[in-house]
Design a protein around this ligand. Structure first.
Ligand SMILES: [Zn+2]
Length: 232
C-alpha cells in the first residue's frame, strides 16, 4: 500500500472525528448511508402534496398574462420548524451539494407531471454569487435537470441590482426591494417555451413576481415555478 492509499484509508475515520456527520435538522449523528438528514427526519420532512393547495395564494396574486400554471415545492416550513436549517445550510453554510441533492428529490416528485421544457434559475447578483461561491437556485436546477433532463438556461434573466436581503422585511418592503433588479437578455432564445422558474424558497413571492414581470416580455412563453420550500 503506497502512502496515498494509506492516507485515503485513514482519512475517512479521521474526517469523521474532526467533522462528525450530523443530521442538519435534529443534530443526531448520521449513520452510514444517510446524507444530510437522518432517516427519521427524512421520513418526517413536511412534503408539499398537490392536494394541500399550499401556495395557491401566491399564484393568485399575479396577472393572468404571466400567472404560472404549476407550483412545485418539496416541503414547507414556518419560523419554528427545524427544517428551515436545510435552507440555511445551503445559503449560509456553503452546503452546495445539498441544493443538488434536494433538487433531485424535488425533480423525482415532478416526474410525469411537469410540462416545462426549460429551466431558468433565479439569478444572484454576480457580486453575491462570487461571495457565496455558487448560486443555490442553479444547484437546485441542476438536481431537477438530473431527473427531468430539462435544459437549464442561465443567461436570459440577469440580476442587475445587488439588492438587500429580503429577510426581516414585510410584504410591502419586499416588493419595493426587488423593483427593477432583473433584466432580460436575448429573449428570443426562449420564445414559445414553457419556463420552469426555480428558486430556493418562496415566501411572499415578491422576487419570483419580479422575475415573471420581466420574463413575460418573451414572446409566447408560459411559466411554472419550483422551489425547495414554501414558507407558511
Ligand atoms: Zn435528524
Amino acid at each position: 500500500m503506497n502512502l496515498f492509499s494509506r492516507f485515503k484509508v485513514l482519512w475517512g475515520p479521521l474526517a469523521e472525528l474532526l467533522y462528525p456527520r450530523v443530521c442538519l435538522v435534529c443534530g443526531e449523528s448520521l449513520l452510514r448511508g444517510e446524507q444530510y438528514l437522518c432517516t427519521a427526519c427524512l421520513a418526517d420532512l413536511p412534503f408539499v402534496y398537490p392536494q394541500q393547495h399550499i401556495g395557491e395564494h401566491i399564484l393568485s396574486q399575479w396577472e393572468d398574462a404571466y400567472r404560472p400554471q404549476q407550483l412545485y415545492s418539496l416541503f414547507y416550513y414556518n419560523k419554528y420548524s427545524p427544517y428551515k436549517q436545510l435552507i440555511y445550510a445551503i445559503k449560509y453554510r456553503s452546503f452546495r451539494d445539498l441544493g443538488n441533492y434536494l433538487g433531485t428529490m424535488l425533480g423525482e416528485r415532478m416526474e410525469g407531471v411537469c410540462k416545462a421544457d426549460c429551466i431558468v434559475p433565479v439569478p444572484l447578483h454576480p457580486k453575491r454569487e462570487r461571495k457565496r461561491g455558487f448560486n443555490q437556485a442553479l444547484e437546485i436546477a441542476k438536481g431537477i435537470n438530473e431527473v427531468l433532463k430539462i435544459d437549464i438556461c442561465g443567461d436570459v434573466l440577469c440580476r442587475v441590482r445587488n439588492n438587500a436581503s429580503q429577510t426581516g422585511k414585510n410584504a410591502g418592503e419586499r416588493l419595493k426591494n426587488v423593483e427593477h433588479i432583473f433584466e432580460l437578455r436575448h429573449p428570443e432564445k426562449l420564445a414559445g417555451r414553457h419556463i420552469l422558474l426555480v428558486d430556493d424558497v418562496i415566501t411572499t413571492g415578491a422576487t419570483i413576481g419580479e422575475c415573471l414581470r420581466v420574463l413575460c416580455d418573451i414572446e409566447q412563453a408560459s411559466f411554472s415555478l419550483a422551489c425547495l420550500a414554501l414558507t407558511l
